[in-house]
Design a protein around this ligand. Sequence first.
Ligand SMILES: Cc1cc2nc3c(=O)[nH]c(=O)nc-3n(C[C@H](O)[C@H](O)[C@H](O)COP(=O)(O)OP(=O)(O)OC[C@H]3O[C@@H](n4cnc5c(N)ncnc54)[C@H](O)[C@@H]3O)c2cc1C
Ligand code: SF4
Length: 490
Amino acid sequence: MPDPKGFLEHERRVVERRPVPVRLLDYREVYPPAPEALVRQQASRCMDCGVPFCHEGCPLGNRIPDWNDLVRTGAWPAAIEALHATNNFPEFTGRLCPAPCEAACVLSIAGGEPVTIKQVEVEIINRVPSLVPRPAPSRSGRTVAVVGSGPAGLAAAQQLARAGHQVTVYERDDALGGLLRYGIPDFKLEKHHIDRRLAQLSAEGVAFVTGVHIGVDRSAADLRTAHDAVVLACGALAGRDTPNTPGRGLGGVHFAMDHLVGANRAVALGAPDTAPIHAAGKHVVIIGGGDTAADCLGVAHRQGAASVTQLDRYPLPPPARNEDSDPWPTWPWILRNYPAHEEGGTREFAVAVQSFVDSGTGHVSAVRLVDVTVVRQDDERVVSVVPGTEREIPADLVLLAIGFDGTDAVPALRQLGVVANRHGTVDCGPDWQTSADGVFVAGDMHRGASLIVWAIAEGRAAAASVHAYLGGSGSLPAPVTPKAVPLAVP
Ligand SMILES: Cc1cc2nc3c(=O)[nH]c(=O)nc-3n(C[C@H](O)[C@H](O)[C@H](O)COP(=O)(O)OP(=O)(O)OC[C@H]3O[C@@H](n4cnc5c(N)ncnc54)[C@H](O)[C@@H]3O)c2cc1C
Ligand code: SF4
C-alpha cells in the first residue's frame, strides 16, 4: 500500500548535479549518487494509480509503482528483483533514458511534477553490491550468434543465455558496449558500469569475440551456417552527411561521431588531451539538436573550446507541453536542456547552414547561416529561407550531428540476402525474423536511431522469438512488437 499523501507532502527533487566549474575539469559522471533519504522520500510520491500510465510510457513495461513502493519502505533487494524482471540493464537506462515514463506519470497532468522515476531506478541498481550471475539450469544444445554488442545485442544475448542457448556476441570494435562504449561520453556513463554487466553475462555463459567485423573479417552467411540462429543488432551507425553544402570538404569539418569516438577513446586511455579532433582554443559550431550534439557540446567544453554554438533548424520549442498537440501522457515537444547546456555555449534555433567558409588555407574559418522556417507538407518537411538574414559566425571546428541514415552493416546484409529499406534499416516480420530464415534483427538496426530503452526492449523481444524458433520450452518476455511506437495521439 503506497503512501497516500506522499505527493502532497513532498515536492519533486532530484539530486544536485556536480558544480559546473568542478565537473568541467574531468570526465566523471555529472550526477553524484543520491542520498538514501532523498530517494525514499521521492519514491513515496508515487501513489500507485489504479491505471499506471508510466507502464505505457516505458517501452520495457517497467513495473514502476511496484519498485517505487519497495524503495519507499527500504526493501532494496526486492526492488532490484522487481526492476530486473523487466529490464536487463537499469544502470544504463537509469542514467541515460529521457524517461518517457515521467511524461506519462499521472502527477504530471496539467503541468504537475512527475515522480523522479529515473532517479529511483538508477539508485536501486547503484545499491546492488554485485551482480549475481543467473546461468541457465540446463543447456539446450542450440547456438546463437549475436552481431553487435550494443544494448540490443547484449539484452538478446543475456535472455537467450539464461534460456539455455549457447550465445556468442561478435563485435567489430575493440571493446564491447556499442554506442555506450565510445559513443556516449563518460560524463553521462562511466564505463565500469558496462564492464560490471559484461562480467555477469560472461559468468552466465555468453562468449564474446571482439575485433571481428561480420561481413568483412568473417562472412555473415558462414556465421548463419555455423549457428542455429543469428540476431543482427548492428545499430544505425551510418552518419548523415551534407555533401552538397559548399565547403563540406574543408579541413575542420567533421562528423560529430568522429569527434566523440576519438575523445571517448582518449578518455578510456587516460589521456583525454590526445583526442584526434580536439576543440582546445577553437570556435566550435555543432550542427544538430539531439543527444549527439549535446554530447559534443559537453566534450568541447571539457577540451577547452573558445566558444561553442549549437545550430538547430527547428524553432525554439515551448518550455511546457502544448496540451492540444501533445496531450498527456504522450512525449511532448518541449525545450530539453541537457546538463551539457548548463555548462555554456549558445543555441540558435530556426537556422540553416548555407556554406562553410574557407580561411584561404583550405580550412574552415566561419559558417554562413540563414534563418529558416520549417513546415510539414504531406509528411515532408519544407524548409524556407527568411530573406535578408544571412550572416557568418566564426568556426575553426564544425561538427555534423544531423542524424543517421540507417545501418552501415551493408556487406553482412548482402551476404545474407537481406535488403535494407529506404531508411537504411532492416524490416522484419512480427516474429523479428528478417527475410532470411533464422536471421533476426533488433535495436537501432531495425528501428532506426532511437533510444537505449527501445534497444533493450527490442533485444528482449527478439530473444523471445529466437527462443520459440529454436523450439525452446516456455516463453520469454516480449515487451514490444516490431511495430510498437512511443505513446502518441492516434
Ligand atoms: C552520441 C550519442 C548519444 C546518445 N545518447 C543517448 C542517451 O543519452 N540516451 C538514450 O537513450 N540513447 C542515446 N543514444 C542512442 C542509443 O545509444 C542507441 O539508440 C542505442 O545504443 C542503440 O543500441 P543498439 O544495440 O541497437 O546499437 P549500437 O549501440 O549502435 O551498437 C551496435 C554495435 O554493433 C557493432 N557492429 C555493427 N556492424 C557490425 C558488424 N558487421 N560486425 C560486428 N559488429 C558490428 C557496432 O560496432 C556497435 O558496437 C545516443 C546515441 C548517440 C550516437
Ligand atoms: S527505462 Fe526509461 S522509460 Fe522505463 S522506467 Fe526507466 S527511465 Fe522510465
